[in-house]
Design a protein around this ligand. Structure first.
Ligand code: ZN
Length: 167
């Protein structure tokens, strides 16, 4: 990873044509990086996987607790990584709670399309909500894996994979 960007991740989530929205998106990522939600090991997790992004060095564990009705009761993560990877994992764990596995898979696919620039949130109906803060990241291909690592790891966990690499 280009070391110039390590300390300045937030400046990379730009490219939105609305400056006020861009500012809001940056602030959201800064805030989640400083104060990540659900940043802990999850006791009683039914699914867990380790994810690694060698391009940037992001290294996360994602935990999911699914109840007998197939609903995600709780989700958490731990590990280390750049601001974008942490903010993304923090927001992912928040958005997964209360979702069914099927809904989580839909979100996984929508988020994947969002970060590679195939889904334009203003044009295509979607369930992303706050996750739209990553809508400009497709313009920075090296950071797409930072944002999507936690999602690939969550997906791997539900598929019972132990280790997920973005390579
Ligand atoms: Zn990263």
């Amino acid at each position: 990873m280009d070391s110039r960007f390590r300390g300045n991740d937030i400046l990379l989530v730009i490219g939105n044509d609305n400056p006020m929205r861009e500012e809001l998106y940056q602030q959201t990522i800064i805030e989640h990086n400083r104060n990540p939600r659900n940043f802990r090991k999850l006791e009683g997790a039914t699914h867990a996987a380790e994810g690694y992004n060698p391009l940037c060095g992001d290294h996360l564990w994602v935990y999911v607790k699914v109840n007998s009705g197939g609903i995600i009761e709780d989700a958490a993560f731990e590990g280390s990584g750049c601001a974008i990877s942490k903010a993304s994992a923090s927001m992912m764990t928040e958005s997964l709670k209360g979702k069914s596995i099927e809904e989580a898979q839909v979100l996984f696919e929508e988020f994947h399309k969002l970060v590679i620039g195939e889904l334009k949130p203003d044009e295509h109906p979607n369930h992303l909500g706050k996750l739209m803060v990553f809508s400009g990241i497709w313009q920075y291909p090296a950071r797409v894996k930072c944002a999507s690592l936690c999602w690939h790891t969550m997906h791997g966990a539900l598929e019972k994979a132990k280790i997920v690499s973005t390579e």
